[in-house]
Design a protein around this ligand. Sequence first.
Ligand code: M6R
Length: 615
Amino acid sequence: MCGIVGYIGPKNSVDIIVSGLHRLEYRGYDSAGIALCQGRDEKLLVIKTPGKISDLETAIRAAFAGKEARNYTLGIGHTRWATHGAPTRENAHPHVSRNGQFAIVHNGIIENYAELKARLIKKGFVFASETDSEVIAHLIEECYVGDLRGAVAAAIEKLEGAYGIAVISSKHPDTLVAVRKGSPIVVGICDGETIVASDVSAIVNYTKRVIFLNDGDILTATADSVEIASIKNVPVTREMTHIDWDIRDIEKGGYAHFMLKEIHEQPATIANALRGRLIESEGTAKLSGMLMGPSDMARIDRVSIAACGTSYHAGMVGKYLFEDFASIPSEVQQAAEFRDRNPIIQRDTCLIAISQSGETADTLAAVREGHQKGAVVMGICNVVGSTIAREAGRGVYLHAGPEIGVASTKAFTSQVTVLTMMAIALARTRRLSVNAGREMIQQLAKLPGIAEQVIAQESVIIKIAEKYADMRDCFYIGRGYMYPAALEGALKLKEISYIHAEGYHASELKHGPIALLEKTVPVIALVPNVPGKIKTMGNMQECKARHSPVIAIATEGDRDIESLSEDIIRIPPCPEFLAPIPAVIAEQLLAYHIARLRGCSIDQPRNLAKSVTVE
Ligand code: M6R
């Protein structure tokens, strides 16, 4: 979704902002812009354009052509993912106030913008865009009485909704102001310069020392100082976070796409999720971020999981794990539904919010609702310092490194790995014996090797992708632990290849969708050698009888499925509870290569954003 970068310091802010915006491209956007301070009390220079950052760079070169090179030491930039108004130049950010001396960039949604806009128009303010964001620039000008921070504070008091905002004014060429409520803002602490952004990726090239603003914080930065205070101007202290990854982690490293790089990283990212957490001698896992000893764990009598998209599919696997091993009644729900349907939370219900980005608006809302209802709230997040990680207050990080491809891959396998460790830890406070726990831990430790073996099948998967790249529709089927894997396979394929794909429980196909089967509609059957295989084989028969080609994802050496399958992708033998991981890695590779053969924009599929910060 939208991205913010702001800079104040001795360097040319144009270069730093544009390179930061490039780092945020993965989030998804459809227009971009930059505002620069040209000197005290002068009009701010605003350059913006629909399309890509490369289009913005062309516009910047055109704007500067023939002009004397100068150092713009204060500026803000933005990538916009359209909500209110089409992706046009006018609707792109930054937006400037009537006098051209205040500029803002905004992530989030201002819910009461229509009434604010009507009032401002009556007072003579002229609007150049259809956005909800432009009101902020005009409000700041209206509230300004010599103090930029004060004007921002007064303006945001009038706003309803969610925002991360960065503000500059030519009346204060040495000041950059930023504020957050519901949409992240992070400040990079460097020597003699300050960078703000909506995402650490835009900052990590300059510094690894960052501060995440909390909701209600207003940052006032100069090149040499960073002050954070509440809206009422009461100073607050926020902890410094050290970022433990570097710029190479957000570069492609020789791969054609981030998605492919991230698929290949999985043996390492799963190993990172496991590192230091398996206690084989005790047959358990130690997840210190859960902030729970065995007696606290033993008290949990219900698990409620809330997540969206791929994280929701990981949550489904989690539900099976908690029920199978810890015998804890568990439910999983799409995060938006969690809040919309007023769920029952009891004192010892543990709400687990799963989110790669840690910023998904619906999942964040579920976390807040969980706290409100008195649940023990836990986050499973990848992005360190993200809002869900912080607001959950306890939980487990994935340590998968930045996931840049919009299609989530390595996050899923790490989420399932973490959920498995959580299930073992909870199960050990119940009926799981030390020996049985030890066996599970030993199996878990083999996961990186299993992931590697699936990736080694890539050339086989490419051949299958070539055969089916032109299909228009397809189905994924599975049962038990393979059911969430079927849903995830279909999501992966549809989001990056634009092929219509549906995931179903293998048995559910005959309750309706089977009507669509014919020889042009392949079925991908998840049928490893685990309980339920024989029944799924029956469902494969049903597909075959309707002339649908069946592609099986099956265990190495299993010959039972051969007569039912047109093509087979082999995964290594493993226990049922771990099988979603190799099966989903095979599906990721299949989806990737089909999308590549169709010439799709794999890392930034149309209409999608990496981090969905609107409800
Ligand atoms: O960052 P989150 O895990 O909370 O994101 C949830 C979904 O938006 C995300 O998984 C989405 O479905 C991906 N595009 C799937 O590949």
